[in-house]
Structure formats: structure tokens, C-alpha cells
Write a protein that binds this ligand. Structure first.
Ligand SMILES: Nc1ncnc2c1ncn2[C@@H]1O[C@H](COP(=O)(O)OP(=O)(O)OP(=O)(O)O)[C@@H](O)[C@H]1O
Length: 322
């Protein structure tokens, strides 16, 4: 029985183990150092945190607020999602009412705007004016996956911090620590599988550990791959190898198993393929050709094309190469 069940309540580990201070944020030493110096001087600029999901953008923003405001931090920190389906006007209204309410002893408040890259350019321009209007008593921290989607006038008003995918060692250390705290038996191959499945996303790693621990006493490779909808790297490699060897039928049937039987999303298969190509035992020139196809397929899937058709087409084209 897992600790979650033993304790009788479902506690979400990503919240339970979310770092409370900047020094607990792992894997981003340079960023943390710069942020810490802002906090120490109590002099924040507007900031833009750019990077993939689950790497610590929200965590760093809340850690800043905790350090600046102590126990009352939530009074002075507003988290908004820019892609609020009710529109930019609702977002701006909430910003205005937050910025105007009484401050009680602090110089400025923080507004954390998640998914800022979901805003259209027009909405970003409107937001920029709001930023200017309240710049004497509000600091904005914006979070996005791609800074290129943020208009220049906003970027130039912000200190930009790039959060890269977390390194394997950082992810491994964190999940080993959590497993220890929770009394979970985690095997070495279970650790490797979690690190692989996470691909630098700490949220994915921790959620994977928690989910796998609910279904059995020991968290091993098998439990992790089953629960995280991740294909085993050797299966992905086998599928691509079949295609390269000209056996399209075998490659297609492997793909079918992954999508239909294991329920893995096409986008995740492409993502895994992208991460594993350089570990395949193929000549560099061939790896480059595969990467080229992966890029094209990824683009088409992102643009909304049918995943299965695109993946099959990619395997077909690899099987046609000499
Ligand atoms: N650098 C890190 N150090 C320690 N824990 C982390 C780190 N990054 C993420 N985590 C863990 O993962 C969880 C999710 O992270 P967080 O909310 O900060 O991600 P994010 O970068 O804001 O992602 P998104 O873009 O999806 O909002 C946190 O609650 C924390 O448990």
C-alpha cells in the first residue's frame, strides 16, 4: 500500500514538495542567483520567465513573493492566467482592482501572469498599457513557453529569464528525495524511467512517481512506463529501425500498438523520438535525415494535422530512403 493510501488522503506531491524559497529551486543556479539579488535589494523589475512546462517558473515567482512578503504573501500576489477564456478585458479588470486596493505596508505588489504567450498581439498591446499605468505599484512577472511570441515592447520592459528543461541529475535528486520522504521503494530502473518520461519536466516526474506509487508497493520501470503513457525507448527505436530497414508493415504495426493499445499520443511519440535519436545506433547522416522528418512531422501535428497519418507518413518516408 502506498503512503498516499496509508495516510488516507490524496495530497498532491507537486504542491506538497513545491519549493518555498528560491534556494530550494533546483537546476537553475544562475537564474536563482539573479532573482535572489533582486529580492535582497527589495527591488524587482518586471520579469519574463520563458521556458517549457514544469521547470519552475511559477514556483520561482511564488518563492519571490514568499521571501518579500512573508506569511501574508498571498495578499500581495495575484496569479492570473492570460488565456482566461473570458478575455483580456477580464484580465485587465482584475489587474486594476488588485492594483488599486489598499496596500498595507508594501511598496509594490506582484502580478504573475501565466501563459502570456497565449495572448494575441493586440491583447498584449492592451496589457502593455495596463503595465505602464500601474508600474509605480505593481511588478509583473509573466510566464510563457516561447518568448518569441511576446511582443517586443513588453520584452524590452522586462528582465528576461530563460528556464531550460531540467537536467537529469536535478530530476533524479528530487524524485529520490520525495520517494525517501514518502517511504516509497523506488528501484534504479524506476528512477531512470521517470527521468526519461519527464524529459526535463519536474511536474511530470513527480506526478509520475505519485501515480506509480498508488498502483503498487514498488515503483519500478514497468510501473512508470505503464502509468506515464510513455513508450519504452527501445520500442521507439525498434519501430524506427524497422522503417529504416524498409519494413514499413512492421514499423506501422509497432506504431499501432503504441497509439491504440498503449494510448500514447502522437505528439508524445514524436517528442520521445526527438529526444532519443542520438542514442540510436545509426550513422550520423541517417540521424540527421530522421531529425529532418521529425521536425516536419512535429510541425504538422502542432498545426493540427492528424497525428496517426503524419506518423505513418514519416515512417513511410524513412522506409523509402536508400
Ligand atoms: N526547478 C525546480 N525545482 C524544484 N521543483 C520544481 C522545479 N520546477 C518544477 N518543480 C516542481 O514541479 C511543480 C510544477 O512546477 P511549476 O509550477 O513551477 O512549473 P512551471 O514552469 O510554472 O510550468 P507551467 O509553464 O506549466 O506553468 C512544482 O510544484 C514543483 O513541485
Amino acid at each position: 500500500m502506498s503512503e498516499v493510501e496509508r495516510s488516507g488522503r490524496e495530497e498532491v506531491w507537486i504542491e506538497k514538495y513545491r519549493p518555498q524559497t528560491l534556494s530550494d529551486v533546483v537546476g537553475h543556479e544562475t537564474i536563482v542567483e539573479r532573482l535572489q539579488s533582486y529580492v535582497d535589494r527589495n527591488d524587482l523589475s518586471h520579469m519574463l520567465f520563458a521556458g517549457p512546462a514544469g521547470t519552475g517558473k511559477t514556483t520561482s515567482a511564488t518563492a519571490i513573493a514568499r521571501e518579500l512578503y512573508g506569511d501574508d504573501w498571498q495578499e500581495h500576489f495575484l496569479e492570473l492566467n492570460a488565456s482566461d477564456e473570458r478575455g483580456i478585458d477580464v484580465v485587465r479588470d482584475r489587474i486594476k482592482s488588485f492594483a488599486r486596493t489598499s496596500f498595507g505596508g508594501v511598496d509594490y505588489r506582484i502580478i504573475f501572469l501565466d501563459e502570456a504567450d497565449a495572448l494575441t498581439s493586440d491583447a498584449q498591446s492592451a496589457l502593455r498599457r495596463t503595465m505602464e499605468q500601474f508600474s509605480n505599484n505593481v511588478r509583473f512577472i509573466m510566464s510563457c513557453n516561447y518568448s518569441s511570441q511576446i511582443i517586443d515592447p513588453i520584452q524590452s520592459r522586462c528582465a528576461v529569464f530563460r528556464f531550460s528543461p531540467l537536467g537529469d541529475e536535478a530530476v533524479e535528486a528530487e524524485i529520490r528525495h520525495i520517494a525517501d520522504e514518502e517511504g516509497i521503494e523506488l528501484t534504479d530502473d524506476g528512477v531512470d524511467a521517470l527521468v526519461y518520461a519527464a524529459g526535463g519536466d519536474m511536474r511530470k516526474a513527480i506526478n509520475g512517481l505519485q501515480a506509480a506509487s498508488v498502483s503498487g508497493d514498488v515503483v519500478d520501470e514497468e510501473a512508470v512506463f505503464a502509468i506515464t503513457s510513455t513508450a519504452r525507448p527501445e520500442v521507439i527505436q525498434g519501430m524506427v529501425q524497422d522503417a529504416i530497414d524498409g519494413d514499413f508493415t512492421a514499423a506501422r504495426s509497432q506504431l499501432d500498438d503504441l497509439i491504440t493499445d498503449e494510448g500514447i499520443a502522437g505528439g508524445d511519440i514524436i517528442d520521445q523520438l526527438h529526444r532519443s535519436i542520438w542514442e540510436f545506433d545509426v550513422p550520423d547522416e541517417q540521424a540527421v535525415r530522421i531529425l529532418d522528418r521529425v521536425g516536419e512531422t512535429d510541425y504538422r501535428i502542432t498545426e493540427g494535422a492528424n497525428e496517426r497519418i503524419q506518423l505513418e507518413a514519416m515512417l513511410a518516408s524513412l522506409s523509402l530512403d536508400d
